[in-house]
Design a binder for this molecule. Sequence first.
Ligand code: ZN
Length: 184
Amino acid sequence: MSKALISIDYTVDFVADDGKLTAGKPAQAIESALVNATRQAFEAGDYIFFAIDRHDVDDKFHPESKLFPPHNLTGTSGRNLYGTLAPLYQEIKDDSKVFWMDKRHYSAFSGTDLDVRLRERGVKTLVLTGVLTEICVLHTAIDAYNLGYEIEVVAGAVASLTPETHQFALNHMASVLGAKIIEN
Ligand code: ZN
């Protein structure tokens, strides 16, 4: 059965010390686990979808403009993948199973054709990685649940600002969305 790994927002602005909306050290700590999970999925022949936040400068119509400082702005280095995920993406990006999607809101399904692409390929199970556990990862999981996908979350490849919010989201995805939490 086809699987797809969804790589969510592991970018400079969300991860680096000087990122515009960074989760900082907890996000940096998952780098090797996230990169390993991505490489393993690729080598296993799974689809890989990079779902990456994109915002425009001074977008008064965007709800996040009232909630967060500007981040992941179009054309800035803040949207670059962080750390060793960047060279891995360069290595695999031309493969027909690897996709890049600019997303509009928290969920990887918002403003993207992710659902259509997954259905075309008969993908039933989504493996979630990235940041933040209780925001973009959780919102992606909720949409995936509503659309009927099986959900797996690589616990060591998602991160949040605090252990409490991270654990809340993992518990919620497991107990309410039926997600399988993979411990590595
Ligand atoms: Zn955003």
